[in-house]
Design a protein around this ligand. Structure first.
Ligand code: NAD
Ligand code: ZN
Length: 335
């Protein structure tokens, strides 16, 4: 269990999946909601429990009210009751949907997460935010409820596509930038091993990232303000993601570069540190070249950001690696 985090019990491990997950899945009160791709790849894991598994459609489309109703219908057909426990096995989509259903059905039942993508392990599974999309708006309907258990096993990462793994690395690098120079150095030193998925190094990396996210959430469990620093790279990141239609982490990587350029003037982030961050992102195959960006269109999107207050918008800028600051920047001062 991680230090300082009593919102959920979190374990991070590299033990063989079958030995570790069998008991959890076999529990008589448990129904597992499993991403359909994960169910296919890891069919052996579920061989004795097929009768109490619900397959979740892969992709963002599963995070909808219509799909929520379909899954709830299946749960009721399995005769779940208030003593039942739901376990999500999948990426951020499966975790978000499972958490939303579990925290609303019968006014809330127990639930746990077994996140299987890097993004879900270091980010989406931790923090208690559950929700679905509505009419093109992301995560607008949801709950804030922490799962009882978050069980992270890095073996799942071996079958993840390169794009999904690389995308998740943007959040890992974000954690280092906003929290720890030591962790940043660790990522630099071990980049080759991480890319090769060396189990010891990967375990250490996921553990450190989880610890950072958990610590930030623990200080602000109800999302009142302290969590804002997790938004580093995300103001431009979100705008770039929808504008260029690229994976989340790729857009966040470019968003980090924009934030760092703003930070040069606003918080005196040195050119040397900007370059260090750019090089680390590049080492993991994340994009850092901003020449394809149409800044006018992005600015237009950002001006509609729900976090805007009059003509100013809060940015998370670094003073140095490991030391973030919240700065309200006037829209006129954006590139
Ligand atoms: P995802 O759940 O869609 O998974 C990505 C793809 O990987 C899917 O095709 C899935 O089938 C596949 N997959 C999952 N595990 C696999 C494995 N071990 N091996 C092979 N393939 C595997 O996407 P994601 O990136 O994990 O999560 C994105 C979602 O998370 C978004 O909806 C986002 O809004 C949400 N999110 C939520 C929070 C939060 O705080 N709740 C934070 C960040 C992101
Ligand atoms: Zn993100």
């Amino acid at each position: 269990m991680l230090s300082m985090y009593n919102l959920s019990e979190i374990t991070v491990s590299k033990a063989p999946l079958v030995t570790e997950l069998n008991d959890l899945l076999k529990d008589k009160n448990t129904v597992a909601l499993v991403d359909e791709n994960v169910a296919k790849i890891y069919a052996g894991l579920f061989k004795d429990v097929w009768n109490k598994i619900i397959l979740i459609r892969a992709g963002e489309g599963a995070k909808s009210l219509v799909y929520t109703e379909i899954v709830i219908q299946q749960l009721l057909e399995l005769n779940i009751d208030r003593s039942s426990n739901l376990i999500a096995v999948g990426g951020g989509v499966t975790c978000d949907l499972t958490g939303f259903i579990a925290s609303t059905i019968f006014r809330g039942i127990n639930f746990s997460f077994i996140p299987t993508t890097l993004l879900a392990q270091v980010d989406a599974a931790i923090g208690g935010k559950n929700g679905v999309n509505f009419n093109g708006y992301k995560n607008v309907i949801g709950t804030l409820q922490h799962p009882d258990l978050i069980h992270i096993n890095i073996n799942f990462l071996n079958t993840l596509s390169d794009i999904e793994f690389t995308s998740g690395m943007a959040e890992v690098i974000k954690h280092a930038c906003i929290h720890s120079f030591g962790y940043f150095e660790f990522l630099k030193r071990n980049a080759a091993e991480i890319k090769e998925k060396n189990p010891e190094i990967l375990l250490e990396m996921v553990r450190q990232s989880v610890e950072i996210k958990a610590q930030i959430v623990a200080k602000d469990p109800k999302e009142i303000g302290g969590r804002k620093i997790l938004n580093y790279g995300h103001t431009y990141g979100h705008a770039i993601e929808t504008h260029l239609n690229i994976p989340h982490g790729f857009a966040v990587s470019m968003g980090i570069i924009v934030a760092n350029e703003l930070a040069e003037k606003q918080t005196a982030l040195s050119e040397k540190e900007q370059l260090e961050i750019k090089n680390l992102l590049r080492q993991f195959g994340l994009p850092t070249d901003l020449s394809s960006l149409e800044f006018n269109a992005l600015k237009n999107k950002i001006s509609k950001d729900k976090k805007r207050i009059q003509s100013k918008i809060d940015f998370i800028l670094l003073e140095e690696i490991g030391s973030p600051k919240i700065k309200a920047i006037d829209l006129c001062d954006l590139p």
